[in-house]
Design a protein around this ligand. Structure first.
Ligand SMILES: CC(C)(COP(=O)(O)OP(=O)(O)OC[C@H]1O[C@@H](n2cnc3c(N)ncnc32)[C@H](O)[C@@H]1OP(=O)(O)O)[C@@H](O)C(=O)NCCC(=O)NCCS
Length: 241
């Protein structure tokens, strides 16, 4: 599908995923991206110490605005509010539109749903997972047992981490949620358990995939997490859209 194609407002599509690759060479586009943001976002962007992080942040928030325009079918000066845990939402909300975004080295992702809360997370496969953090804080005993002797352990750990973060972000508590209590099983992670307040597990849907040099996950308890539509673009295409 061509970058910038308009879709979604005629069909009751559930989750739409927007991806934008960002990296070295995109620095000249920073001012164009910042021009898409509001004052509060530009202020936040200005506080990043490294230009690389500023660029990724600006691309994520420009992509968010683009995604909302596309899903709503109308361009708006979108405004956002954040709850006590920092989860942003539309202010005022529009037609039950929910979104979540993730930015990491090389990729930004925005998921939009009209059905309810959704979480998205992305992580570069180049990131080396810290074993002791995973053993002590992230993995449940059954997950540790499953990974015993696993040949591709760092990769599996990252995939699990990204899936757990997507669930924690859908719930909205982020890392305030004890991620050890989110229990996954299998190479294609399936949700086996999570704190009672956020269950039952059967209500949840989890999508996990390798996207180029990244792991990507989406989670929702409002329908199917696998994106019904997705659009991928470069920063240049985003600015031309
Ligand atoms: C949300 C959180 C898991 C993000 O993890 P991350 O992998 O480092 O970052 P990602 O790029 O994937 O996601 C960041 C985005 O998630 C969204 N986000 C922030 N808090 C969120 C939350 N509680 N739930 C869902 N999404 C959240 C934001 O859009 C944020 O991007 P932005 O700051 O540019 O707007 C982590 O920051 C967290 O746990 N936050 C909660 C902190 C908290 O409990 N605060 C209490 C008040 S002090």
């Amino acid at each position: 599908m061509a970058a910038g194609a308009i879709f979604g407002h005629s069909a009751p599509v559930a989750i739409q995923l927007f991806l934008c690759t960002v990296g070295p060479g995109d620095e000249p586009h920073l001012s164009g991206l910042l021009a898409r943001l509001d004052e509060a976002e530009r202020d936040r962007a200005s506080r990043f110490m490294f230009e690389r992080d500023r660029l990724t942040y600006a691309a994520a928030h420009a992509l968010l605005r683009h995604a909302l325009d596309q899903v709503a079918g109308v361009q708006r000066p979108w405004r956002f509010a954040a709850d006590a845990y920092g989860k942003p939402s539309l202010d005022p909300s529009l037609d039950g539109m929910c979104f979540n975004l993730s930015h990491t080295d090389g990729l930004v992702a925005v998921a939009v749903s009209r059905r309810g809360d959704i979480g998205v997370d992305a992580e570069s496969i180049a990131r080396a997972p810290d074993e002791s953090t995973f053993t002590n804080l992230v993995l449940a005993p059954e997950e540790l047992a499953e990974l015993e002797g696993c040949a591709d352990r760092p990769n599996r750990l990252l995939r699990i981490w990204v899936a757990k973060e997507a669930i924690a972000k859908a719930i909205g508590l982020g890392l305030s949620l004890p991620v050890k209590q989110i229990v996954l099983r299998g190479e294609m992670p399936r949700l086996i358990a999570l704190p009672e307040a956020h269950g039952p597990t059967g209500a949840w849907s989890l999508h996990s995939e390798r996207y180029g040099l990244h792991w990507l996950a989406l989670a929702t308890r409002h329908g199917e997490a696998t994106p019904a539509l997705r659009i991928a673009m470069t920063v240049e295409q985003l600015l031309a859209a």
